[in-house]
Design a protein around this ligand. Structure first.
Ligand code: SF4
Ligand code: SF4
Ligand code: SF4
Length: 173
């Protein structure tokens, strides 16, 4: 019997997933290859999901692993990447990913309600509340945010998501 981690990917599954490459895809684990290469390499064995001590990875569509920050914070321990025998991850020396926290208009402070839960959750001190009004609003410092997701679960209005950093964002860092 062929071990799950070394089983070749199902070509029909690959074709299905490749057909969706032009649509936004879920967040992948840190150090995952670019989406096209990841879809090609991942066998769907689930080893990375099982290896995550924070339980922030889940099996998603096509049995591909998904990072769900609503479940908690990625600590960048690299256990997921180390568990992968299918070479679906980049070396741990590389940057983990290009994700950063974004605050949506559902943020309570934009509706006159004082809140700073995201600042309290962020171990990187990446969220500041400049006093520009009687109810300060959060600002994410692009040069500090690691995209760990610690702020996501703690937001009472589900206003924070992790998004890829765009070239426009980078120009403002
Ligand atoms: S780096 Fe560690 S905490 Fe983050 S998703 Fe991988 S196993 Fe989980
Ligand atoms: S935790 Fe959520 S609602 Fe509260 S300030 Fe941060 S983004 Fe706004
Ligand atoms: S994603 Fe992590 S580093 Fe970025 S603001 Fe949220 S808690 Fe801080």
């Amino acid at each position: 019997m062929v071990a799950a981690a070394t089983r070749p990917p199902d070509p029909r599954r690959r074709a299905l997933l490749r057909g969706r490459l032009h649509t936004p895809h879920p967040l992948r684990p840190p150090w995952a290859l670019d989406e096209r290469a990841f879809v090609d390499a991942c066998t769907g064995c689930g080893a990375c999901v099982a290896a995550c001590p924070e339980r922030v990875l889940v099996i998603g569509e096509g049995r591909l692993p998904v990072f769900d920050p609503a479940l908690g914070e990625c600590t960048f321990c690299t256990d997921c990447a180390s568990a992968c025998e299918a070479h679906a991850f980049r070396p741990a020396q590389d940057a983990a990913w290009a994700l950063q926290a974004r605050v949506a208009e559902t943020c309570l402070t934009l509706h006159g309600i004082v809140c700073s839960s995201c600042r309290d959750a962020c171990g990187e001190s990446a969220i500041r509340f400049p006093v520009t009004s009687c109810v300060p609003t959060p600002v994410v410092a692009a040069d500090r945010c690691t995209g760990c997701g610690a702020c996501v679960a703690g937001c009472p209005s589900a206003a924070i998501s992790l998004r890829p950093v765009t070239s426009e964002d980078a120009a403002h860092v």
